[in-house]
Write a protein that binds this ligand. Structure first.
Ligand code: NAI
Length: 246
């Protein structure tokens, strides 16, 4: 039990990688807050996690809305009196080539993937500072490192979170809070599964390990960074991509 009695907020936990992380964290003894705007999927997940005992809670939140984030964090503080872990996992894509990308699609991705991470981290920081400990994880992407066709907005946010991560690792590190990022490669979630088989085949060819990742591959990286195994890891980007970034 690597997260015994730890209180963990995972944003975007109603689906994909976040859902795998919620299941993994619960297995490792954590209380998990499924913070997502998808009420149906989040509620179903929490019901299944709570089948044996009360270990998870759904809170509807829009990470792009600062007051919604602050309310979510306040509910967690009231119920659990502490916050040990924040996984900034919620993210969206609105792809379009540079010459066609609309201002709305640019802004939406910035609001969720960049501002959302800032709002959530700023909201939990005072609690972690009071505690003198905490683990904060951000979710970057291989697109943020190398860029990707049609992903001006997405790549900007995923590179941007690395800048925020490095800054917070410096600001919060000396107060006992570890801040790190995971940069997933191509992971088989809804985000990727909707791509045509031809594109998926090309993606597989790019991966030295010869396969796309599973949500569990990323959940395990989140688990490592959230656990005491990573107590001396700070300001790092952990690339979990089968070797694309070498
Ligand atoms: P997904 O689309 O399967 O799940 C994202 C979850 O975030 C959903 O449950 C959705 O309801 C929630 N969400 C979206 N906007 C929200 C908002 N404004 N407020 C609250 N919740 C919101 O995505 P997936 O694939 O699991 O991705 C998780 C993270 O990993 C994202 O940050 C994504 O950018 C990143 N990532 C994913 C890769 C992949 O290949 N799937 C590759 C690299 C990074």
């Amino acid at each position: 039990m690597r997260l015994k009695d730890k209180v963990a907020i995972i944003t975007g936990a109603a689906n994909g990688i976040g859902m795998a992380a919620a299941k993994t964290f619960v297995k490792e003894g954590a209380y998990v807050i499924v913070a997502d705007y998808n009420e149906k999927a989040g509620g179903d997940l929490v019901a299944s996690l709570n089948a044996e005992s009360d270990v998870a809670m759904f809170i509807k939140v829009n990470v792009a809305d600062q007051s919604s984030v602050n309310e979510m964090v306040e509910i967690v503080r009231e119920k659990y009196k502490k916050i040990d872990i924040l996984v900034n996992n919620a993210g969206i894509t609105r792809d379009g080539l540079l010459t066609k990308l609309s201002k709305e699609d640019w802004q939406q991705v910035i609001d969720v993937n960049l501002s959302g991470v800032f709002y959530c981290t700023q909201a939990v920081a005072p609690t972690m500072l009071e505690q003198g400990e905490g683990k904060i994880i951000l979710t970057s992407s291989v697109s943020g490192v190398y860029g990707n066709f049609g992903q001006t907005n997405y790549a900007a946010t995923k590179a941007g979170v690395v800048g925020m991560m490095n800054t917070w690792a410096k600001e919060l590190g000396r107060k006992g809070i570890n801040v790190n990022a995971v940069a997933p490669g191509f992971i088989m979630t809804d985000m990727v599964a909707k791509m045509p088989e031809k594109v998926l085949g090309k993606m597989r060819e790019m991966v030295p390990l010869g396969r796309l990742g599973n949500p569990e591959d990323i959940a395990k990286a989140y688990l490592f960074l959230a656990s005491s195994d990573a107590d001396y890891v700070n300001g790092t980007v952990l690339h979990v991509d089968g070797g694309i970034v070498m």
